[in-house]
Ligand binder design. Structure first.
Ligand SMILES: *Cc1c(COP(=O)(O)O)cnc(C)c1O
Length: 375
């Protein structure tokens, strides 16, 4: 028997969430697959969405090329664009779409005399204050891209800083800044990330760019969008300890039993991506029953209190997050966001389940194919 620790990826839930996003937003939607599809396996997710998604988006060119090598032919947008002329060539050779967010990228395109038919997404800094042209510089950048003869398709985009805050005016304000900066310029528009397309009707345009919602983690505080969790991170109890009052548990001795306590030791730790910052009391499920962690999370294992579950023991199933434990709740307890938790999952076995097509057993994502993990 091997270590019973896995991330089970529900590809039908992924498709469900994509369809929900596209329907909510209207128009078309790029499924954002950067960071190995937020830790879910970019190739498997792209394949599962093939024929359904209008296209994909990743952060940089290597992420896109590995999708092309896996046979993904759909449009792929590079959200950070080209880092250098070689990147731009690689993007062009692979038929990738590129964001242009700063002057140096504009010059790169102007200097690349051999390139034709580029699909460029021109990015406005409408208030994020990070990448993007200042609103007052957009018309000039647009004109230069049109004039150089290398760009056949030009889309206008921006990115929201606070779309997950329903009580903030920032997103409506960014939308107004974007609309004013791009007024009269022909071309499609793309504004919404997940939170934008769920919450801000005023910002829906031609293309949505849903990321986190595809994976079933609701970015809004209410969390009532009807998304389905895609990843279930689970393991098993492999040992049980009976603590007497006064017994100390784990690194730092942070937990001291006040009463007789049954503790299950679970085969997952922070080296697998479970957050070390999750404190005593972070929820888990043991054999489907509510329970919680106790003591510090270690590298390869963590401990859960099963005093109230007399039938639980060695071999009991433990869900760390997924269908029963909301990854948002774990993230909040650990002082982070679901994005980071999901991206961090590693070293565990990945199982792909596709109930509709009933075909589990896609190969593991590339990042999991370390020699010691190939079985
Ligand atoms: C990551 C990213 C997205 C997706 O954001 P979510 O919050 O995960 O939906 C959309 N647009 C850009 C530019 C991004 O970098």
């Amino acid at each position: 028997m091997t270590r019973p620790t896995q991330a089970i990826i529900d590809l039908q839930a992924l498709r469900y969430n994509y369809a929900l996003a596209r329907q909510r937003h209207g128009g078309r939607a790029l499924a954002v697959l950067k960071a190995n599809a937020y830790g879910h396996g970019a190739t498997q997710c792209a394949r599962a969405l093939s024929g359904l998604a209008d296209g994909f988006a990743v952060a940089f060119v290597e992420e896109a090329v590995s999708l092309r090598k896996a046979g993904i032919g759909a449009p792929i947008l590079l959200l950070e664009g080209a880092f250098g002329a070689d990147d731009l060539d690689l993007a062009h050779a692979n038929g990738l779409w590129v964001v242009v967010h700063q002057e140096s990228q504009l010059r790169m395109i102007e200097a690349a005399r051999h390139l034709r038919d580029l699909n460029v997404w021109l990015k406005v800094n409408s208030g994020m204050g990070r990448a993007g042209f200042a609103p007052g510089d957009i018309a000039a950048a647009y004109a230069r891209l049109k004039a150089n003869g290398r760009v056949s398709e030009l889309t206008l985009m921006t990115h929201f800083a606070r779309a997950d805050e329903p009580d903030s005016d920032a997103t409506a304000q960014q939308t107004r800044v974007f609309d004013a900066a791009t007024a009269g310029l022909p071309g499609d528009r793309s504004l919404c990330n997940s939170a934008g397309l769920l919450q801000w009707e005023c910002a829906r345009r031609d293309w949505g760019r849903p990321g986190i919602l595809l994976y079933g983690a609701d970015p809004m505080p209410k969390g009532d969008s009807g998304l389905k969790p895609v990843m279930t991170l689970c393991s098993e109890i492999f040992a049980v300890r009976e603590l007497r009052p006064g017994d100390v548990l784990g690194y730092g001795g942070t937990f001291i039993a006040k009463q007789p306590t049954r503790v299950g030791i679970v085969a997952i730790g922070y080296a697998d991506g479970y957050p070390r910052t999750a404190p005593t009391g972070t929820p888990v499920r043991v054999d489907g029953q509510p329970a919680c962690t106790v003591g510090r999370v270690s590298m390869d294992m963590l401990t859960v209190d099963i005093t109230h579950l007399p039938t639980a023991g060695i071999g009991s199933a433990v869900e760390l997050w997924g269908n029963q434990v909301d990854v948002n709740v774990v993230a909040r307890a650990a002082g982070t966001i679901p994005y980071e938790l999901l991206c961090n999952v590693k070293r565990v076995r990945f199982s792909y389940v596709d109930r509709e097509n009933a075909s589990p057993g896609y190969p593991a994502p590339a990042s999991q194919q370390a020699p010691d993990l190939v079985r």
